[in-house]
Structure formats: C-alpha cells, structure tokens
Design a binder for this molecule. Structure first.
Ligand SMILES: *Cc1c(COP(=O)(O)O)cnc(C)c1O
Length: 378
C-alpha cells in the first residue's frame, strides 16, 4: 500500500466489537486488573497507555517508515523530550535558523540543565564538520525546510557526518510532512512533528509526535520521559489527530501546488524584494530540496516586501490589508495565514524585518494571489 492509501484509511483498522470503520474514543484513565494481579490487557493507567493513542501512532509510524511513534501534548513537548533524554554535559548542535520557541528553550533552559548547545549554519556541511565533537556531540537537530527562511539542510549528508562522530540525528519535519520527505530514507534516527500543524491540519488540535527508526536506549528514555513527566496528548485530541491524518495527502499536495504558484507569481514582482521558497529554481537550497522532497516543496513560503526604510512598515501594512488570508501565527491548516515574523521573534532573530511568512491553505489559488496583490497595493 502507498502511504496515501495508509493515511486515507488510517491503516484500515476496523473495531472488532462493533465493526466500525472509525475508531472509538477511550476516555477511561484506568483499566481493570486481573484477579491474579496481572494486567493482561497491557494497560494499567492512561497517562502512557491510552488506547486512543494506538491508531494515530501506528499510522504515523507507517507513514514515516519507522519502528515506533509517541504522541505528546504539543510539538514543544515532543521536541524537548528528546533533549531531556540526554545527560548533563552532553553537547548538541542545533540550527541558527529554526522554530523560534525551541531555539529559545535550548538557549535559555536546556543550557541551565547542563546541555552544551551550539547553534550553527546547519545548511553548511563544513560548519557541521567543524562544530561536531566526536564522542561528545550526542545529538544533531535539523529542521528542513526551516522556519521562516525555509533554509534546506541536506539530511543524508548531515547524517553521514553526525553518525561518523557518534551523534544521533533528529529532524523536525513539521513543514515537509511525511508526504514530501521521509527522513529515515536519508539516515535520520528520530523524526519530530508539531502535529498541531499539517498532521492534524485544521488548526484545532495541539499535538506533537516523535517517531524512531529503531528501538534504542535513547528512545526508551524518551518513552520513560513521556510516561513520567506526563506531557501526554488528551484522548479527544488523539482521536482528532487520527481523523486529521486521513486527509493529510490531499491537503499537503493542494497547499504545495498553491504555494508553488504563489511563489512564482510574486517572484520578480515590483513590490517584492525576494520570495523565499524551496520550489523556486533560484532558491539557494533548491537542488538539495529537489533531492529529498518528493511531489512538491511544501505549503510554506515567505515574501520580503519592498518599501521605504527597508520594507518593515510596508510588510506590516500589507499584512493589515489582507482579507482572505488571516493575520495569525501557526501554519499547516486548511486556511491561509500571514504573519510578520520579526514582530513575533523579537531581539536576536535572524529574520529580516521586511518578511511576511505565508502558510498556504487549500483555498482557490487565484483568490489567494488576488488578495495578496490588493494587500501589496496594486
Ligand atoms: C509549531 C512548530 C513547533 C512547535 O509545535 P507546538 O505544537 O506549537 O508546540 C515546532 N517546530 C515547528 C517547525 C513548528 O512549526
């Protein structure tokens, strides 16, 4: 079965009792112990053994081609669990351009707990070679395409360098989704998603996921952290996530096709300084993106708006004028969103002040282009 078929039918599971093709929700927090003191059902308590997690985790594992998956309460809960599974003194490498909240947490909290964190230009293999400390660097964190410049990191090449130095590679694949990139095919060890974004796809669930290629000691610690720290997904959210993933393929394909058309339309536009989109032939990471992304370059792009004094005021003014696009943070939903990213990230951000981040939804492409045209003042 092709991944699109797996997703559409959520692995085709049928409920044994009722023959329902939609799974039941199990709100129970606790499970009956057998008279002889065993738990033959395999479940004692729902913090870590919620049956409603099973299908979403199994679907995601199949889509990524991995060994096992875990659901978390948010993308941040999932990502931080990987770092928490390391030991004080361990060295990790993370990208300079990455999801802002995680970068903040790494710089301000992970370091207080004894991790040694260096932020490097992860798109530059030589920078990775120079910065990796064999035996000391335990984890290399990659995000590709990376928020919000959509910088592309070569997963296969990074894995080669990291593995030679004894480090594990984790990929935040939120933007690529398993529809466009399967990081395990390029050697990655762990894949993370903000399930809040494309996997659920309807801007109505906070969720995070981790998938592992193999069962390892690190993965067992991640598992224990979820069970013991308790950043678990709610039952209803897990059910909604399974439902959302059923339409993952058509949503991501539609958003990618639209984003490609929007990027091409505004590239060389008189009001636009630059369009950042991996699907443009002129984009710096295009060749690597073409190698590791299949069937499209994703629904995320950014435009740098031209205007007096560097474009910041023009960018904010354009965001103020959109009607169909919605002025909001987040990404990966069926509705298109626009955000002046530098206002969100604040001091120390690598994001140009004239940049608008666009999350393309599944509305009519012509409508989306027309709305941006009028917002840019044409
Ligand atoms: C949103 C996002 C996260 C964090 O996910 P939450 O569910 O908001 O905690 C991490 N990485 C990327 C790329 C994201 O877009």
């Amino acid at each position: 079965m092709k991944p699109a078929s797996i997703a559409a039918q959520a692995l085709g599971w049928v409920d044994e009792k009722t023959r329902a093709i939609v799974p039941p929700i199990h709100p129970s927090t606790t499970f009956i112990r057998d008279p002889d003191n065993q738990y033959r059902s395999g479940r004692g308590y729902a913090r870590d053994q919620n049956p409603t997690f099973d299908q979403a985790e199994a679907v995601l594992t199949a889509l990524e081609g991995g060994h096992a998956s875990l659901l978390f309460a948010s993308g941040m809960a999932a990502a931080t669990a990987v770092f928490q599974a390391l030991a004080p003194g361990d060295h990790v490498l993370a990208p300079k351009v990455m999801y802002w909240s995680l970068r903040n947490w790494l710089a301000n909290f992970a370091t207080r707990w004894g991790l040694r964190v260096d932020f490097i230009d992860m798109t530059d293999a030589d920078a990775l070679r120079r910065s990796i400390q064999p035996g000391k660097t335990k984890l290399v964190w990659i995000e590709t395409p990376a928020n919000p410049l959509w910088s592309i990191t070569d997963i296969a090449l990074s894995c080669e360098i990291a593995h030679a130095a004894g480090a594990v590679v984790a990929v935040d694949s939120t933007v690529a989704t398993p529809v466009l990139t399967r990081p395990f095919e390029f050697g990655a060890d762990i894949v993370m998603h903000a399930g809040t974004k494309y996997l659920n796809g309807h801007s109505d669930v906070m969720a995070g996921t981790l998938t592992t290629r193999e069962d390892t000691a690190l993965w067992q610690r991640v598992r224990a952290i979820r069970a013991q720290v308790g950043g678990v997904l709610g039952t209803f959210e897990a059910w909604l996530l399974t439902r959302g993933m059923r339409t993952l393929f058509p949503r991501v394909r539609a958003a990618s096709a639209s984003a490609q058309a929007i990027a091409e339309h505004f590239d060389k536009h008189p009001q636009v300084e630059e369009v950042l989109y991996p699907g443009l032939g002129s984009f710096k990471g295009h060749a690597v993106a073409a190698k590791q992304m299949r069937g499209g370059f994703g629904g995320m792009l950014s435009i740098r708006v031209r205007g007096a004094g560097g474009g910041e005021a023009a960018a904010i003014a354009a965001a103020a004028k959109v009607q169909l696009w919605k002025r909001a943070t987040s990404l990966g939903g069926v509705e298109s969103l626009v955000e002046h990213r530098a206002s969100v990230e604040g001091a120390g951000t690598p994001v140009p002040t004239d940049l608008l981040r666009l999350s393309t939804g599944i509305e009519d492409t012509g409508d989306l282009i027309a709305d941006l045209e009028q917002a840019l003042g044409r």
